[in-house]
Ligand binder design. Structure first.
Ligand SMILES: Nc1ncnc2c1ncn2[C@@H]1O[C@H](COP(=O)(O)OP(=O)(O)OP(=O)(O)O)[C@@H](O)[C@H]1O
Ligand SMILES: [Zn+2]
Length: 689
């Protein structure tokens, strides 16, 4: 939201720049037209000569006018108006024209208007008669009339060259503007700042209370608040306050929220920018923006600068052979320099967020830069419950709703998903005319959020529907027959989202962090069951299993290459480059580090594992043919079956033992040794044991 607003402002700023340029250009054109355009009064040569000769020989019959009164002539303008000319002055005779000033009075169309004021105007007279004789007559008249006159040519450079000068001027102005955009700081018109302009938000009404379910991350940033509030305390002891905090985590987990909460708790201004704001077309602009940002923030310290999507600007610099000094690199360098340069005790703390820390340039992560890393991970069940609590505050809940229950059916949801879920449920309740949001709406909302909107209206032809029903029944049966898979939550042949025609939804009973080999094998069997059922019933398979096969193959490949779960032994055959020190190597973060022969063997192992899974699954399905038919029938009738109904159908129709023989239903439990205080257990670094 805040992002959009900021972008909006930037767009408006850019637009106003364009308007400014247009305005300047039009202004310049109008101005020069006024200055150099032809605004002189045209006086005919005949009238000029007549007036001159009158001045030479003042008329004896001056009539009502006194002797030393103005001598004037009347003339007809091309427009038909009668005018009166008198008192020629400052005459200048040039080759083609005569200029000077004259007192001029308009007499109206019939010469009756005697009230109008006389005014002195510049006049110009074109010399049409150009002979020596004429020239001599003019000069003698001028001399005799006693007016001041010259033959100096006035400089007409400006008059003749103004269009070229104008173009030159516009070019110069544009050039200056470009330079300012590039050089950035200190431009009075702020052309360079338009995008990097910091919109500080003061007194954010957000506290750590609003950030739920990511308690560990909150604990870690709590001290940052203390740094901002009591920086003297730390400085007194000679400590160096950290400059940069990097929030790492998947999208929607609340990184932006957390950064805002830090500012809110500390009562410090919050400046927010996105890494992509710095990426610009012109070289040098991004770097100028970085410098600009720091200089503005230092003036407002203590404060927080938040850079979202740091990866957009902080990507690893290696691997760019052609343009060694491209724009992004310069921007990144400017950021590094600024982070080194600003005084760590100045009270500015830079918080950045990224969901791809492995792509960041290692230099960014060094001490003195973003040296604090805070993991903002997906919330667990308890965390999801906490987040739900925050978001249902504004919603009227039915008494039947247990947030714990909703948390348990939303594995993998992040804060943003849960916020969305609560909103969906509220909308559904409103549409159903309920006075409070009930469990029913939450269940429906979960399905919507996970699988896209139900498309009841989309018509599948009957053949396709039968095929999809068999396919899904196959998935469900095999899932139910293998104890070490997640229980089936729902089987449906209602098309959802863009791709799925039907789906079998499994839900884990609890949070999982590890998978065993047999669990992975079971997963593959469930995935293969759909296409195998089609093969069994129709002796033909369809394209509907593409995603199933994709996932199945990926599991098999990971078993061979990552987890050492194949005949090739316990080797990891993928060298991960997901370490900050090797960043920028592989294309997708992985690099192969094995020979061609090994590649062939890997492929063979992958096919063998899938073949195995296929034959097992075929057996399971064949032995449960009756149940398969029963489930499919029921699916075609009601379109969607839940867990209880599936179990009922299985119980009613199964002939042999239901669970696949040889699979372990009861998990072995560890025998706890009696406590032995003498033995130290070495801690393992992370959640990968
Ligand atoms: N831990 C949380 N507690 C409460 N609400 C949350 C939490 N995490 C996310 N939300 C909700 O989700 C919204 C989006 O979260 P936010 O923008 O902070 O995610 P993000 O991690 O910054 O995502 P991205 O990486 O896509 O920028 C928040 O405004 C908030 O309503
Ligand atoms: Zn399938």
């Amino acid at each position: 939201m805040a992002d959009d607003k900021r972008r909006g402002k930037n767009d408006r700023k850019n637009q106003s720049n364009v308007w400014l340029v247009l305005l300047t250009v039009t202004g310049a054109i109008l101005l020069s037209a006024m200055l150099f355009g032809n605004s002189q009064h045209q006086m005919s040569y005949r009238d000029l000569m007549e007036l001159l000769s009158k001045q030479v020989a003042p008329p004896v019959d001056a009539g009502q006018e006194s002797q030393d009164g103005p001598i004037s002539i009347q003339a007809k303008r091309p427009s038909g108006d009668l005018v009166e000319y008198s008192q020629l002055r400052e005459i200048n005779v040039a080759d083609e024209e005569i200029t000077g000033t004259v007192l001029y009075r308009s007499l109206g169309a019939d010469g009756s208007d005697t009230q109008s004021q006389a005014k002195r105007v510049d006049f110009v007279t074109n010399r049409t008669l150009d002979s020596d004789e004429e020239q001599a007559r003019l000069i003698s008249l001028l001399n005799d009339s006693g007016v001041v006159w010259t033959t100096e040519r006035p400089s007409r450079f400006l008059e003749n060259q103004w269009p070229q000068l104008l173009i030159l001027g516009v070019l110069i102005v544009m050039g200056i503007m470009m330079l300012r955009r590039v050089s950035g700081v200190g431009s009075p018109m702020q052309f360079s700042r338009s995008k990097g302009k910091l919109y500080g938000e003061e007194e954010l009404p957000i506290s750590f209370e609003d950030v739920a379910g990511i308690d560990e991350a909150v604990e870690e940033v709590r001290e940052v608040v203390d740094f901002l509030k009591n920086s003297e305390k730390y400085q007194a002891l000679g400590g160096r306050i950290p400059k940069g905090v990097l929030l790492v985590g998947p999208p929607g987990t609340g990184k932006t929220l957390l950064a805002r909460a830090i500012a809110g708790e500390a009562g410090a201004p919050f400046f927010s920018l996105s890494g992509s704001d710095f990426v610009e077309m012109y070289v040098g602009v991004g770097a100028a923006r970085v410098r600009d940002m720091f200089s503005q923030a230092t003036n407002r310290a203590p404060c927080i600068i938040f850079i979202d999507e740091l990866d957009a600007l902080g990507k690893s610099r290696s691997g760019n052979i052609v343009g060694g000094h491209d724009e992004r690199e310069q921007t990144l360098n400017a950021l590094l320099v600024e982070m080194d340069g600003f005084d760590s005790n100045s009270g500015v703390i830079v918080v950045a967020a990224t969901n791809r820390p492995e792509t960041l340039d290692p230099a960014l992560l060094r001490p003195g830069r973003f040296d604090r890393h805070v993991l903002v991970d997906r919330p667990d069940v308890a965390g999801r419950e906490e987040i739900l609590k925050v978001h249902v505050k504004s919603v009227r809940l039915d008494d039947s709703v247990e947030l714990k229950e909703i948390a348990s059916i939303t594995p993998g949801f992040v804060g943003a998903d849960l916020a969305n879920l609560v909103n969906e449920a509220a909308l559904l309740a409103a549409r159903a005319g309920k006075s409070a949001v009930g469990l029913e709406q939450f269940n429906e909302a979960v399905e919507r959020v996970t699988a896209g909107l139900e498309k009841k209206k989309r018509v599948m032809n009957e053949d396709e529907k039968i095929r999809v029903a068999y396919h899904e029944a196959g998935h469900a049966l095999v899932a139910a027959a293998l104890p070490n898979t997640d229980p089936v939550h729902k089987v449906s042949i209602i098309p959802r989202g863009l791709a799925a025609l039907g789906y079998t939804m499994q839900r884990p009973e609890s949070e999982r962090y590890l998978m065993t080999k047999s669990e992975l094998e079971s997963q593959m069997r469930v995935l293969l069951a759909g296409t195998l059922t089609e093969e069994m019933i129709f002796q033909d398979i369809s394209t509907g299993a593409q995603n199933d096969l994709e996932r199945c193959t990926e599991i098999a490949r990971s078993m061979v290459m990552d987890y050492g779960m194949s005949r090739l032994g316990r080797i990891n055959l993928r060298r991960s480059t997901r370490s900050p020190f090797l960043a920028g190597g592989g294309n997708d973060g992985y690099q192969s580090s094995h020979s061609d022969e090994m590649s062939k063997m890997i492929d063979k192992e992958v096919s063998r594992i899938i073949e195995d899974a296929l034959s097992h699954t075929r057996d399971i399905l064949e032995q449960r043919r009756e149940v398969l038919e029963a489930v499919t029938q029921r699916l075609l009738e009601v379109e969607s079956i839940d867990n209880e109904e599936l179990i009922r159908l299985i119980k009613e129709n199964a002939t042999g033992p239901w669970l696949v023989p040889g699979t372990v239903a009861e998990k072995p439990r560890a025998k706890l040794a009696p406590a032995n205080p003498g033995v130290d257990i070495a801690p393992t670094g992370d959640n990968q044991i």
